[in-house]
Design a protein around this ligand. Structure first.
Ligand code: C2E
Ligand code: MG
Ligand code: MG
Length: 722
């Protein structure tokens, strides 16, 4: 290789360019630099030995110089190089010369004549070496890549921004617990975001949702709501917006707010996109707030505000014919003393227990509320009778009068109750409250531990009943009752082997009191249980005697009050064992029950009925036709005897409706294998009609009134056929 070959070549703009370098366009000395220059790049040619460097016209133009303004020295390059890039240029060259890279390549910043920095891509190669391989000359290009760099930088900035945004979005979704799902209805594909996995306590690593499979994350009710909502969506509708309950994979219930967009294509739903926000905490907080606003924190009872809502609701129900409504104001007597002597903690305990006791006296559909202090309010709905109402009132008084065991203290209080009725006394809530308050005041004034009605007439009647209940208590203790017996005559033969036991109260002042007067009071006060036990024992002894002296198959019917079926038979030993003790078979007794009892399907009633049947006791349905008993009832409850109510018998005349009804009842009863007794038979005409209609037995003044046992025996002795 000659020296001349190693001479750096000047990039001369013209053939007359001065200096040692060969002219730029010399085909002989630089056959390929022309080719490089034609690529659009600026070309440099560097003599590594002398440090000379020549540049092509395009190189000069790139930096905005005329040819004569640029020195022919490598310093021309370094002078324009960005100081921060010098190190990289050296590093690239060293790497190349050491053989680590195939050619020299580096992107650098260079300053143009006008001071503007541009990005330049430098490429170069060694084109000549000495015999030892030492590089002597490099040639290469400098290409202006500013625009490309700017685009790259912008892209990178944009990427960074996008990445930051995605991260931000993810973070925000996590923070605000917003998940999302997409359901492609065409491809049948479901996608859940990570946050939705988190909300539903699953993980994208071990659970991939598929259509249909996602339903198990909803309660049945939520499934139905979502289905209806998605079915009803029409193109152009705003996004669906609903709050529903969801189930997590761990079985927890969470509340989610769903906003769902539906994508349509040619009238078909093709995609659903939903945002799912976990709002469990909000819902829980709302619930707490709602409860605080509507319930008393101490007793857990509805408060004044909730009571008003319930009362409005109950009034609406009552207007729709659901029976009367009673508003009770209850005030604890002597509560203040307990609070003052034992302290507020005991006072609180007492209130909680009083609240619990009041609740046990009413049905679940009734409302017990705490108005504050020691005042409670009760709403009793669907009232059918005064005796039903008074029964509840008495129960509440009894419950509150029983001893309160508070830790090791025994406390006695009682309650005063004011009662007003909707719609009888008032129809407006404020008026009802005012009435109940007045009635409560009256109850307190009358000596506490009692109830008082707002209406004077009701109050009077209630007072009479309260007085009577007290007297009845004495009557039970002093055995002021008597049992009379009315014969039940077999119509075909005139034979008497049955009688109905009917109770009388021999009142020390008022004389004989009718059961129609005192039985309802005995029922309200619960005394009927003891009275019933007494009646049973009496009747049993009587039937034992008469079976021995009159008829071996004699039978006595005993009236049973529905209330007796609800009370535990405290006063009496079971009928079964009493029958056994006297050596009497079950069929010596018939239990007379009323139609109302058959409507009552409670377990206690059916169990008691079954127990009677198991003891062999017959069942008779009293006052048939006045209630609502159906044929199916007769069958289901295994009734043996039907007693046609005397209201039918009384009006019976040939070709009358009542006769037609009696005949129908008789035919029907016989079809079902039941025996028929007609009640209240007063005339021979009635008796003849009944006999003709096929009636089995009759009972009434025509034959005899209810009589004491001695009279009954005399009556039988004097009967011709007997
Ligand atoms: P009930 O079981 O329907 O009894 C028939 C009632 O009709 C009796 O009234 C009887 O005296 C009356 N009576 C009988 N024949 C005639 C007649 O020809 N004409 C008229 N107008 N009445 C007649 P009583 O004895 O006053 O009993 C009334 C109701 O009291 C009974 O109706 C029954 O439901 C109830 N009762 C009576 N004793 C008891 C009892 O020991 N326990 C229970 N729980 N209730 C009883
Ligand atoms: Mg009866
Ligand atoms: Mg009857």
């Amino acid at each position: 290789m000659t020296r001349a070959q190693t001479e750096p070549i000047a990039f001369a703009a013209s053939p007359s360019a001065p200096g040692p370098l060969a002219p730029w366009d010399s085909e002989v000395t630089n056959p390929w630099r022309q080719a490089l220059e034609s690529s659009g790049a600026g070309v440099w040619d560097w003599d590594l030995v002398t440090g000379k460097q020549s540049h092509s016209p395009r190189w000069n133009a790139m930096l905005g110089y005329a040819e004569h303004e640029v020195g022919h020295d490598v310093q021309a390059f370094f002078a324009h190089l960005h100081p921060d890039d010098t190190a990289r240029v050296h590093a690239a060259r060293v790497a190349y010369l050491a053989g680590h890279t195939s050619h020299y390549a580096v992107d650098v910043r260079m300053q143009r004549k006008d001071g503007v920095w541009i990005w330049v891509m430098a490429h170069g190669m060694v084109v000549s070496r000495d015999a030892q391989g030492v590089p002597l000359r490099m040639i290469g290009t400098h290409t202006d890549i500013t625009e490309r760099k700017q685009v790259e930088e912008r892209l990178q900035a944009l990427n960074l921004q996008l990445e930051a945004k995605a991260q931000l979005l993810q973070a925000m979704q996590t923070l605000s617990r917003i998940g999302g799902w997409e359901f492609d209805l065409v491809a049948r594909k479901v996608i859940w975001t990570d946050e939705l996995h988190r909300i539903l306590e699953t993980s994208p690593h071990n659970f991939q949702p598929v259509p249909g499979d996602t339903r198990r994350f909803l309660t049945p009710e939520s499934q139905a709501r979502l289905r209806t909502a998605t079915d009803e969506v029409r193109p152009g509708d705003p996004p669906l917006d609903l709050e529903i309950e969801a189930l997590t994979a761990k079985g927890r219930t969470v509340w989610v707010h769903i906003v769902m967009n539906t994508v349509w294509d040619q009238g078909q739903q093709v995609r659903r996109l939903a945002m799912v926000h976990d709002i469990t905490e909000r819902r829980n907080a709302e619930k707490v707030i709602w409860e605080q606003a509507h319930f008393d924190p101490l007793t857990g009872l509805p408060n004044r505000r909730m009571l008003r809502d319930r009362l409005e609701q109950d009034i609406r129900q009552s207007r729709r014919g659901r029976g009367e409504l009673a508003v009770l104001f209850i005030d604890l007597d002597h509560f203040k003393e307990v609070n003052d002597t034992l302290g507020h903690d005991f006072g609180d305990l007492l209130l909680v227990e009083a609240a619990r006791r009041i609740q046990t006296c009413v049905r679940e559909t009734d409302t017990v509320a705490r108005m504050g202090g020691d005042e409670f309010t009760v709403l009793l709905t669907e009232l059918k009778s005064n005796s039903q109402l008074e029964r509840v009132l008495q129960k509440i008084l009894d419950a509150l009068a029983a001893v309160f065991q508070l830790h090791d203290e025994q406390v006695f209080v009682s309650g005063s109750v004011g009662v007003t009725l909707y719609p009888n006394d008032a129809t407006e809530i404020e008026d009802l409250y005012k009435n109940a308050d007045q009635a409560l005041y009256a109850a307190k004034g009358a000596g506490r531990n009692r109830f008082s009605f707002y209406t004077p007439a009701l109050q009077e009647a209630a007072l009479t009943r309260v007085r009577m209940a007290n007297e009845l208590r004495t009557a039970v203790a002093e055995q002021q009752f008597r049992l009379l017996y009315q014969p039940i005559v077999e119509l075909a033969t005139g034979r008497v082997h049955k009688a109905e036991a009917l109770i009388r109260w021999q009142h020390p002042v008022h004389g004989l009191v009718s059961p129609a007067t005192f039985i309802p009071v005995a029922e309200t006060s619960g005394l009927i249980v003891e009275i019933g036990a007494w009646v049973f024992a009496q009747a049993l002894e009587q039937v034992r005697q008469w079976r021995a002296t009159l008829e071996p198959d004699f039978q006595i019917s005993i009236n049973q009050s529905p209330v007796q079926f609800h009370h535990v038979d405290r006063a009496s030993r079971s009928w079964d064992s009493q029958l056994d003790q006297l050596g009497l078979p079950g069929e010596s007794i018939v239990a007379e029950i009323t139609e109302g009892l058959l409507q009552d399907t409670s377990a206690r009633v059916t169990t008691r009925l079954k127990a009677l049947r198991d003891a062999g006791i017959q069942m008779s349905l009293d006052d048939f036709g006045t209630g609502y008993a159906s044929l199916s009832h007769l069958h289901k409850f295994d009734i043996d005897v039907i007693k046609i109510d005397h209201s039918f018998v009384r009006q019976m005349a040939p070709a009358s409706t009542d006769l037609a009804l009696c005949k129908a009842i008789i035919v029907m009863a016989h079809e079902l294998g039941k025996v028929v007794v007609a009640e209240g038979v007063e005339t021979q005409a009635q008796c003849d009609l009944l006999l003709a209609a096929g009636c089995d037995y009759a009972q009434g003044f025509l034959f005899a009134r209810p009589m004491a046992p001695i009279e009954f025996e005399a009556f039988l002795r004097h009967r011709p056929q007997n």
